[in-house]
Ligand binder design. Structure first.
Ligand code: CP3
Length: 345
């Protein structure tokens, strides 16, 4: 198997820098649309053969060093009892936002195999179909990011309802976050048991919090998830990605993750100054910089590789997900250039 990704996660020597792209299975690929046109987004998440097919597309098309399960961070919340829709114009919508004691108390902790078996089946199919070509990454959202969707009822501009609950009813907020945390522990354990070879926790909206609020209202739940996974015998590397989290790095380091993901708003050499050799780092080219002319993109990739030389391990990635407007040829050039510039000997 091409295990450069797993080696870099663990800080072991590699012959090239591994690379994958957040949201690599998605709408920038015509091959994705060809499958997606037969299903709604949620139907596709719940159809293991289709989910597995689009997971493998970027391995074949781009030559990335890891596969990431095709699913969404929001699917376990539906099984907690919060009806979910993906609307073409608005994105994800929770039809009954969770803002009251009664609503929080009604949420249940799903049984991952019984209630989210389609995710575990997708993982099992993928482990067979990937035939050891590249490792498979499973994932979840982080409790704070998941809570924002439940409390706001969807995406948000200023997270008013979430912060209102945090500041005015901290007990209700803590009870909600603890339920999401318990759900996520079981969900990630089941993914590892089904065959996921690494796990990424996406904290897409952590960056809207002041450092003291991140400390009080967000990172502790991530720490509890990682500790519970490790205590239960999960040994696969765990990546924690706090988007817009440059100022939150010292606290993110305490999460217990093996790898920290970085967005593009920090230079990797500055991140190394904070984390030392305690974790590997993943990132961090601006996703829209995929539009740069090839020479300029190459120069930028070289610069990031150079910045990452002091890191314990480096997994190249974008600083956030690839967007639908990017021509696939640009993504392919990005992957090839990371490989070419980082290959030793
Ligand atoms: O990375 C991958 O290729 C694996 C698949 C994956 C998806 N969503 C597929 C998806 C992963 C890892 C996610 C995670 C996810 N989902 C996050 C965290 C990462 C991040 O971007 O910060 C978040 C915040 C979500 C919630 C979500 N899902 C939103 C806000 C939206 C609508 C906006 C958008 O980007 O489309 C989605 C939909 C979604 N998730 C799509 C895909 C491929 C597009 C659905 C479609 O085909 O119409």
């Amino acid at each position: 198997m091409n295990d450069t990704f797993l080696k870099a996660c663990r800080g072991e020597a590699v012959d090239h820098t591994p690379v994958w792209l957040m949201r690599q299975a998605g709408r920038y690929l015509p091959e994705y649309h060809a499958v997606r046109k037969n299903y709604t987004f949620l139907e596709m998440c719940k159809t293991p053969e289709a989910a597995a097919e689009v997971t493998i597309q970027p391995i074949d098309i781009l030559g990335v060093d890891a596969a990431i399960l095709f699913s969404d961070i929001l699917v376990p919340l539906e099984k907690m009892g919060a009806p979910l829709e993906f609307q073409e114009a608005r994105g994800p919508v929770f039809l009954e936002p969770i803002r009251s004691r009664a609503a929080v108390d009604k949420l249940v902790i799903p049984d991952p195999e019984a209630d989210l078996g389609y995710v575990m089946d997708t993982i099992r199919i993928l482990r067979k179909e990937l035939t050891g070509r590249v490792p498979l990454i499973g994932f979840s959202g982080a409790p704070f990011t998941l809570a924002t969707y439940l409390i706001e009822g969807g995406s948000s501009k200023n997270y008013f309802q979430t912060k209102k609950m945090m500041y005015t009813d901290p007990q209700l907020y803590a009870d909600l976050l603890n339920k999401i945390t318990d759900c996520t522990i079981e969900y990630l354990k089941a993914q590892a048991a089904a065959g996921a070879q690494a796990l990424q926790i996406f904290d897409s909206w952590a960056g809207v919090l002041a450092p003291r609020d991140f400390a009080e209202f967000a990172i502790g739940y991530v720490k509890r998830i990682i500790a519970a996974l490790k205590e239960s015998g999960v040994t696969v590397p765990i990546i924690y990605f706090a988007n817009n989290g440059a100022t939150l790095l010292p606290q993110s380091l305490e999460s217990g993750a093996d790898v920290l993901g970085l967005d593009w708003r920090i230079n990797i050499n500055d991140a190394v100054k904070v984390v030392g050799s305690r974790v590997s780092l993943q990132g961090n080219m601006d996703p829209i910089a995929l539009l740069l002319p090839e020479e300029k993109m190459e120069e930028r990739i070289a610069n990031i590789l150079n910045q990452a030389k002091g890191a314990r391990g480096h997994i190249f990635n974008l600083g956030h997900g690839i967007v639908p407007e990017i021509p696939p040829a640009k993504a392919k050039f990005f992957v090839e250039t990371v490989h070419r510039l980082s290959r030793k000997g």
